[in-house]
Design a protein around this ligand. Structure first.
Ligand SMILES: [Zn+2]
Length: 315
């Protein structure tokens, strides 16, 4: 596998966004149980081997494969990896992909290493779950072109659309279980009805201005009808400049922003600084890029986000 170690460079220029902790230690929590290492992409004799790129796709996939016999789902990256904007593939990752029948990804550039994967495994069956998603544009001053905001799963309607792509992709590869995949997709959509109601309620409240410190929260702002007055997205190794912070503080004061939405491990220190300067409140939400490996984790995380948001907005 030596040649594989040369991978994972091309990526760094795309998207930036919400860097997460970059610990890249050897994976230990993989659920990969077999060591068949077949190189073709037909289903292995011991069942369908599904590999997901990162946490949110993994959780959505657990919902679609729930109770389906003979299917194993492996998350390629560690649950605490966070977003993959600047992720570098490891030789271990390539080994995981080597045994995969299907590779399910978020898409929209989140998996910036994808060209390397496709080059190495040209026949690997890839399911891009962003097909059909409602996509916001990223706010990025550094880019000339329009760049999609890849954090689509933070819109629950998108999460449902993503599970529909997962359903269709798995059904294509494993038609014998198509009925089960379809039933699971329906059940997932049904399970989010409470979440959709929560967003409905939030939308009906009077407009509020917020400041965002995580690119994914653009989707939360959108679905809850919040106006974004300021955005500070700290990229890898790149702190917002003093001028950017001063401008954000000015916008926050001018628009009488009451709440600053950040993630615990991402943007919080800038939110704290601006809160101290402006008197606005810091509200910590979960971008759902890491967490427990249970199928309900997405729904529970989203319910909690919306509960916190609704409380913060005084509803
Ligand atoms: Zn991100």
């Amino acid at each position: 596998m030596k040649r594989l170690l040369a991978f994972g460079l091309a990526a760094a220029l795309l998207l930036g966004g919400c860097g997460a902790p970059k610990t890249q230690q050897a994976p230990t929590q993989k659920q990969q149980q077999t060591d068949t290492a077949t190189t073709d992409t037909t289903a292995n004799q011991d069942g369908l081997q599904v590999v997901t790129s990162f946490y949110p796709i993994y959780i959505l996939t657990l919902n679609i494969t729930d109770g389906v016999e003979g299917v194993s789902v492996t998350n390629m990256t560690q649950p605490q990896t966070g977003c993959l904007h600047d992720y570098e593939l490891t030789s271990e990752d390539m080994k995981t992909l080597e045994g995969a029948d299907v590779f399910l990804i978020n898409g929209l550039g989140m998996e910036s290493f994808l060209p390397d994967v496709q080059k190495q495994y040209p026949t690997l069956f890839i399911g891009d779950t962003s097909k059909g998603a409602y996509v916001l544009e990223a706010e990025d001053d550094h880019m000339q072109d329009d760049v999609p905001n890849a954090h689509i799963w933070l819109d629950p309607q998108n999460a449902i659309r993503q599970t529909e792509v997962i359903r269709d992709t798995l059904s294509q590869k494993d038609p014998a279980h198509a009925t089960q995949y379809a039933a699971n997709a329906d059940a997932f959509a049904q399970s989010l009805s409470g979440v959709l109601e929560q967003t409905q309620t939030l939308r009906q409240r009077p407009e509020s201005n917020v400041a965002l410190f995580h690119e994914g929260f653009d989707y939360l702002a959108e679905i809850c009808n919040l106006d974004t007055s300021a955005e500070i997205y700290a990229e890898e190794n790149q702190e917002p400049s003093a001028r950017e912070m001063a401008e954000a503080a000015e916008d926050i004061r001018e628009d009488r922003v009451q709440i600053l939405l950040c993630a615990e491990d991402n943007g919080k220190k800038y939110a704290d600084t601006l809160a101290a300067e402006t008197g606005a409140r810091v509200i910590v939400l979960d971008p759902l890029t890491s967490g427990e490996a249970t199928k309900d984790a997405y729904r529970l995380g989203m319910e909690e986000n919306l509960r916190i948001l609704s409380e913060a907005l005084g509803q």
